[in-house]
Design a protein. Sequence first.
Length: 343
Amino acid sequence: MGRAAGRRRFHKRIDFSEAAARWRWPPPPLKSNYEILLGDGCNAACLFCCAYKEIGNWLPWARVKGDIAREQAAGTQMITFSGGEPTLYPGLARAVAFARKSGFTLIQAISNGMKFADAAFAREIAGAGLNLAKVSLHGVDAATHDRLTGVKGSFELALEGMSNLNALGVYTSLNMAVTKANYRQLPLYVKFFSERMALTGFCFYFGFYTGRMADEEALQVPYSEVTPYMRYALEYMRQRKVRIDWKVLGNFVPCLMPEYANVMMDWGRTGDAPGRAVVRKKGESLSSGEFMSKRKVLPATCRGCAYYGACYGIDRRYYEKFGSGEFRPVKTPPASFPLEPIY
Ligand code: SF4
């Protein structure tokens, strides 16, 4: 582990139940979340970025405002701002304030965290009403994280940003893109951030083989190499009673670790993360289900799986590279699970 992370003092994070009470979050389960992709602009150059080849312009304010108003009228419970990097969007404070004024109580940003290292900026956005931040950290040390983001110093800035958000009462959690460069760190990652920062929110996204990731052979790794480390990390959470707030696994499918199917998001029609997350591409809007259906493939070997018909299948590019040998049909889904998310 990098020495800088090891000796750093973190501001204590607000507890989940404290945050839920303070911000009046709706009781679980969360039924709907609308994600607004503000644009593709970013201040990092992540080696695994799947948006890398589609850098575009910011969403016009009228569209952002219209989306928030429409979702509020539709009864959506949560608004998420993402990108690209949402903190670069010139009207982020205005968008967050508008969501707050419209009545949303769950307002989230998915960010690399760097801009929140600027205490005045963090204060402005938290003051506008942001109460959840999912920050991307791709390793337990600066060398790993900075190499993956392509920005020297990004690890320190992200930690500083999280500390600022914690001090402001914004509930923080972590995102990690799992690649060949960092998967062996998974158990240490969970141990370090749950012990040192009292974090209970983790999201481990297995890299999609599109955009830049499709060309980065050095980051590509089969699931079967990753899952033993992932299991170890999740078992650590169970043993240490880390009460996870949301589902923790992205771009995994049940047959890889059936005992954790309930903490996998986005694998299928019955396993989606809550709601109507929408992906925009050149003005086109797709529900997360439509998006996943386009991106994934169900090999013939899936027939006979208990999840067949519900599961979207495997990332198409992953399948082309590694084949379908790792995906063995599940005969009987587990009756119980070792981890249960709050939402
Ligand atoms: S349908 Fe296929 S990919 Fe999905 S869980 Fe079953 S075997 Fe795995």
